[in-house]
Design a protein around this ligand. Structure first.
Ligand code: ADP
Ligand code: ZN
Length: 216
């Protein structure tokens, strides 16, 4: 099963992706997580993208495509994958389509996470991420049991550089301009399922229902 999770920053894609992984045992490919790891490691890639990311802009398509090509060739992607944060513009979607054709594998569904913009700002400004396992928490509605330590692995929590208010606004602008057109793009390809993402539990259940139907 090959899935794309599409939606605004703070829409809960990452959280839902992790739950889908636990449920269906399919790897999650999150370009954001891969890029942040590179920045953390100060690798060549990390140095190249750090500045763009901290401003909330999009990393160049050629870099993203290289990451994706490498990743989906790996053994664990044989039975599918869940894209979280890719594709993010029409160019990337076209490149993915070409790549899929070459490999003779196809996307089953694109889930669009519909969420109120007012909700996004609230969620992002109080979001915290585990340094070790990259799971997300929220200071207001999903805090950790112990202050500043991940419930799962004990890792230290931090606020993403791009979760500061000015950057959030720019990310939303970029999203509106570059990523929202993908909704129409995938609707025309009859792959789109719109999910109410105002509550992440509901989003997970709605997606699970669609996917369970696939196996019947
Ligand atoms: P969010 O969905 O919360 O904005 P991500 O972790 O998906 O967060 O992405 C964080 C940043 O990484 C983006 O703002 C962008 O700079 C970069 N990035 C991630 N995925 C892509 C992509 N597919 N194309 C271009 N840039 C990307
Ligand atoms: Zn952790």
């Amino acid at each position: 099963m090959r899935l794309i999770l599409l939606g605004p920053p703070g829409g809960g894609k990452g959280t839902v992706a992790k739950r889908l992984h636990a449920e269906f045992n399919i790897p999650v490919i999150s370009t954001g997580v891969i890029l942040r790891e590179a920045v953390e490691k100060k690798s060549k890639l990390g140095i190249e993208v750090e500045n763009i990311m901290s401003k909330g802009g999009l990393v160049p398509d050629r870099i993203i495509l290289e990451i994706i090509k490498e990743r989906i060739k790996q053994e664990d992607c044989k039975n599918g994958y869940i894209f979280d944060g890719f594709p993010r513009n029409i160019e990337q979607a076209n490149s993915l389509e070409k790549l899929n054709e070459e490999l003779n594998e196809y996307i089953d569904y694109v889930f669009y996470f519909e969420i109120l913009f007012s909700e996004i700002i609230q969620r992002l400004s109080t979001r915290r991420v585990c340094k070790k396992c990259s799971i997300n928490y929220n200071l207001s509605f999903n805090p950790t049991k112990k202050d500043n330590a991940c419930d799962l692995c004990g890792g230290e929590l931090y606020q993403r550089e791009d979760d500061k208010e000015e950057t959030i606004k720019n990310r939303l602008k970029v999203f509106a301009k570059q990523t929202i057109p993908l909704k129409k793009y995938y609707k025309e390809k009859k792959l789109l399922k719109v999910i109410d993402a105002n509550f992440s539990e509901n989003a997970f259940l709605a997606i699970k229902k669609v996917l369970r139907g696939m196996h019947k």
